[in-house]
Design a protein around this ligand. Sequence first.
Ligand code: MG
Length: 388
Amino acid sequence: MRIDQVELRVVGLPLATPFVAAHGTVTTRTAVVVHVTGPDGEGWGECAALPEPTYSAEYTDEALLTLRDHLVPRLLAAASRGSRGVDARGVVSALADVVGHPMAKAALELALLDAEGRATGTPLAETLAPHPPGPRVAVPAGVAIGLLPSPDDVAAEVAGRVAEGYGRVKLKIAPGRDVDHLRAARQAGGRDLALLADANGAYRLDAEPGSPHDARRLSELDGLDLVCVEQPLPADDLLDHAELARRLATPICLDESLTSPSVTEQALDLGACSVVCVKAPRYGSWLAAADVLDRCRGNDVPAWVGGMLDTGLGRLANLALAAHPGASLPGDLSATDRFFTDDVTPPVAVEGPAGAGTIAVPSGPGLGAALDPAALQRLTLERVVVRR
Ligand SMILES: [Mg+2]
């Protein structure tokens, strides 16, 4: 694709209620939205970096500068070489000399994937799952629930979400708000609820035995029939995760640790995890994430697609990835109005009965839905245009 300009917008979406996790609290979801245009068409992408560098080193304001000063100029240079410019498969190598910043890189790749899909009439889900049996047409609805003050609050929240159609709940946990909260979730959601816990790295194997941070205490989760406990230890502790996995009956899933497809393979080989959370922005590439799902499918490794409190735009992309047949477990795929009171895309809804709802995978070209121009304008905090 030939590219004339890349527009970068910081949007700010107020959350209906603050989202609290072990790594911090989000009250307004700022994100960088990317719009690539040229003589061959246009495409949209979103950078998943959170407002603060608490999930990983990337954050919204930094991502805007990295895109403006380092990544977009390299993409424009690659797009001006030869007569056909750069395609989505060439984005990773065009940006390879910039170290790190996977979420900012993935935003540009997504914009090109969207542009190519629009140009050829191909839905993103088909681009990401080109081999038989191809993508699903709908995915099970799943929701992430942030840290809440008490087990009673958790029970009320879980009951409400199940009634809305969610059959899968991921509950954020932290030292002091873990076993009792998950027990309340299990009681409120019933035994058919697919229940996961996400610790965002808040526990330690070398903590004082019996202290709230002691990861050995997580063996108390073994009676709760969890799908998995996600990222119990810090991101770089693969060997400790393998040690913890030997002590727990509950499967361990990794998220923050899995920074590349090769690290994902190493983690599985070491026994540091037996379930994989796939996030394309964390891998720096939607195509690489689809490759991980291919490999999980080929090796019978359970996997699911995780979200990043995405705006409607990022959620469309995650729906397309979650339609991949390698995503064998329900992921973080929620109705868009579940978190935000206003959004850049028309709402995506959960359909179906309590506890068994699904969300339709977009079937239109590229991301499959148009952004709402008025909403985009309303929610834009800052706009930068980088031209060739
Ligand atoms: Mg996580």
